[in-house]
Design a protein around this ligand. Sequence first.
Ligand code: SAJ
Length: 416
Amino acid sequence: MTVSIKKICVVGLGYIGLPTAAIIASRGINVVGVDVSEKAVNTINEGKIHIVEPDLDMVVQAAVTTGKLKASLSAEEADVFMIAVPTPFTGEKKPDLSYIAAAAKSIAPFLKQGNTVILESTSPVGATEQLSEWLSAEREDLEFPHNNPDSPDVFVAHCPERVLPGHVLRELVENDRVIGGISEQCSEKAKQVYQSFVRGECIVTNSRTAELAKLTENSFRDVNIAFANELSMICDKLSINVWELIKLANRHPRVNILNPGPGVGGHCIAVDPWFIVDSVPEKARLIRTAREVNESKPDYVIEQIIAAAEDFKRPVIACLGLAFKADIDDLRESPALEITRALAETGSAEVLAVEPNITELPEKLKGKVELVSLNEALERCNVMAVLVDHRQFKQLSMGKLARKIVIDTRGLLTNV
Ligand code: SAJ
C-alpha cells in the first residue's frame, strides 16, 4: 500500500537534513526545511548552500527554483516530519539530546492525526521513545505510539542516516535503510516515506534495534581503525613497516585490516561508540578501549614529530593536511588540525600548514601557523608530517624529501 505524501517538513538543514530535503523535493514532493540559523535559511532560499558536498549546490538550486524546496525558521503543517539535528556528547561523554528536544517542541504545535515523525539523527537506544514522550507532553490531545502502539494518531520511527560525507547524494538514494518504528504500523508508515526516494532496500525493525544498528556500524569501524592504529604503534617499536605488514596480512582471505592514521576525526565515528558505552558501561569494554586507543593516537604523533624536530637547530615543521579525512574541506573534530595546533603551541618550531581545500586558516590556528602551498612547504621545512592523504599530496616522491625527516601517518610515501 502506498499513500501519497504531499508535504514533508525536515528539521535541521545540515550535512544530512539539507541533502535529504533537496532529494525529496527533486522527487516532486513539497518540502519545507527548518533551521535555527537565519543565515542558512536565507542562503538556501537563494538557491545556494552553506555546506560543502559535491553536486549538492545543483540539486538545491533546482529544488528551490521549481518551488518544491523552501527553507524557514519555523516548522509548518506537513504529512511527515523528519528530524536531522546534531546529537553531540557532553563533557562527560553522555549523549546530549537537547537538539532533539528542541526539534520536538518546534514541530509539536503543527502535528495532526495521521502524521509520521521520523528521527534521522544518530541516537542512543531509547531516544525515539523519548521523542514520542516529548511530543505527547506537548500534545495531550493526540495519541502517541509509546503508550498507544495499536492506534496512535501520530506514528513515530527512527531511520538513522548512514551516508558518507563526500558521497552523500549517491548514498542517500542507493544505501539500504534500517527503519525502526515504535510499533509495526509506525515502521510501515516510515517505510513508505523512504520508498519515495530510496533505491536501496528499506528494512524494517523496531526503534531500539535501529538505534543500536547505527551505533554498531560506526563502532565496528572505530574498533577496526583502533586495531590498525595499535598495530602502527607496535610496528614503530619493532621497526617494521606497518603498511607492508597490513598488506601482507590482508592477503589472507578472511583478514581485512583498515588503515592507521593520526587519529579518528569527524563527529560520527569518534562520538557514537560513547553512546553504547554510556548505555551499558560494564559490558562495552572493547568499544571503550578502542575509543581510548584512537583518542591517544594524535598525542603519539605529536611526540613523534617533536622528537624529529629536536634534530634541527631551527626546526620548520610542515603539516600536510588539516581536514579530518582525504579530499574534503571539513576541519571539524580533525586530529590533523589538533596535531598542528599543539605543535604550534609548543613554540619550539615554526609550523607551516598545507591544506589545498581551504583558503583561510581556522581561528584556532590564526597567528600561530602559516598556510602555504605544497611547494613552499617543501622548500622551507626540515620535518614533514603527512596528516591527511589528500590527492594533491600523492604526487610527492621521496626524492623531493631528501634530508628531511618525514612522519607519514597515512602511509602515503611509506606504503610499499
Ligand atoms: N579513518 C582511518 N582509517 C581508516 C578509515 C578511516 O583512520 O581506515 C579515519 C578517517 O581518516 C576519519 C575517520 O576515520 O578521520 C572517519 O572517516 P570515515 O570516512 O571512516 O567515516 P565518516 O565519519 O566520514 O562517516 C561515517 C560513515 N560510517 C561508516 O562507514 C560505518 C558514514 O556511513 C556514516 O553515515 C557517518 O559516519 C555518520 O554520519 O555517522
